[in-house]
Design a protein around this ligand. Structure first.
Ligand code: NAP
Length: 320
């Protein structure tokens, strides 16, 4: 089968299309023929070995795919060959024609949802759900700022928060991004490149600020988040690309919490709950991943450049 392989850490150019043996499912495993593969920022951090977190070389990148079950190992009962599925994590990598997965990593893909949309589910939507509900305890009637709402996680968070009955504020750096954020359910869209956008947020909340902040770029925004979080609010750090100085008194004065999130640390029980909710949301149309670009698998380097560029309009997927 064709797969993207990384044999040395580095820039996007280390992503090479190669022919490698197709994997076979052992007991409890599922082999999926991928029709679309999700590209996430974390794939670029692992490729360049940021913070020494790179996988053992050589490896096939990626964790998110959608496609059709090709074969199942002994003991697998929840899916059968021919089923449409989306995948959250694999044993063999996602940037490939086929992926080997554990049974618990494979979830039904409702007929109304495209494979590209299925490939947008795992890291983006599972993280949005984990951050908003399981870590941030966002609830109906509360306000939430999705600080970076135009990308994969942000759009998922906007749709989830709106469906729960929260008042949703979302930011984007371009007019097109803000239009998309409104279309996807935000009550208000703000421009995170404008000097006064958080004054506008305070005005819109009657000076109270928001109950929950979902933060996609904490190294830029965490100090500002302390100014606009409400009394007893929760700032949930999802994305961060550097360091920042904050005054902790900002948290004390409001009994506010700063909460870190890594989907990686969600428990098996939490993941089962997350995906049960996501499958239901896909089936009833509440969750509608937005695809910005579909790029051929061989052009994975271009996809890695695109996912780190500004001006997001949803999700980037690879097509094997
Ligand atoms: P993405 O699709 O690349 O989107 C990036 C988002 O960040 C866009 O909405 C972008 O808006 C926004 N952004 C850019 N500058 C910003 C600023 N100054 N303030 C606020 N937002 C800004 O990425 P993603 O998949 O949504 O992931 C978002 C972040 O979360 C990434 O850093 C990713 O690594 C991280 N993440 C963490 C976890 C976890 O488990 N903790 C899981 C998934 C993702 P514009 O392009 O419109 O400017």
């Amino acid at each position: 089968m064709k797969a993207i392989r990384v044999s040395a850490y580095g820039g996007p150019e280390v992503l090479k299309l190669e022919e490698i043996p197709a994997p076979k499912p052992d007991a409890g495993q599922v082999l999926v023929r991928n029709h679309a593969v999700g590209v996430n920022p974390v794939d670029t951090y692992l490729r360049s070995n940021t913070d020494n977190r790179g996988p053992k070389l050589p490896y096939t990148p990626g964790s998110d795919t959608a496609g059709v079950v090709e074969a199942v190992g002994n003991g697998v009962t929840s899916v059968k060959p021919g089923d449409r599925v989306y995948v959250g994590g694999t044993a063999s990598g996602a940037y490939a024609e086929l992926s080997l997965c554990g049974e618990a990593q494979v979830h039904p893909l409702p007929a109304r949802v495209s494979y590209a949309q299925g490939a947008a589910m795992n890291v983006p939507y599972a993280t949005a759900y984990h951050a908003l509900f399981q870590r941030g305890h966002g609830d109906a009637g509360e306000t939430v700022l999705v600080h970076g709402a135009s990308g994969g996680v942000g759009i998922g968070a906007v749709q989830l928060a709106r469906a729960r009955g929260m008042t949703v504020f979302g930011t984007a750096g371009t007019a097109e991004g803000r239009r998309l954020v409104l279309e996807q359910g935000a009550h208000h869209a703000l421009d995170h490149t404008a000097p006064d956008y958080l004054d506008e947020l305070l005005r819109l909340t009657g000076g109270k600020g928001v109950n929950v902040v979902l933060e996609m770029l904490a190294n830029v925004n965490l100090a500002k988040d302390l100014d606009i979080v409400a009394l007893h609010g929760r700032i949930v750090v999802i994305g961060n690309r550097g360091t920042i100085a904050i005054n902790p008194r900002g948290a004390m004065n409001k009994n506010a919490a700063i909460i870190g999130v890594a989907l990686f640390h969600a428990s098996p029980a939490q993941l089962a709950g997350i995906h049960a909710a996501l499958v239901e949301g896909l089936g009833n149309g509440t969750l509608r991943p937005v695809i910005a670009q579909e790029i051929p698998l061989a052009q994975a380097p271009r996809a890695h450049e695109a996912v780190m560029a500004a001006g997001h309009r949803g999700k980037i997927v690879l097509v094997p």
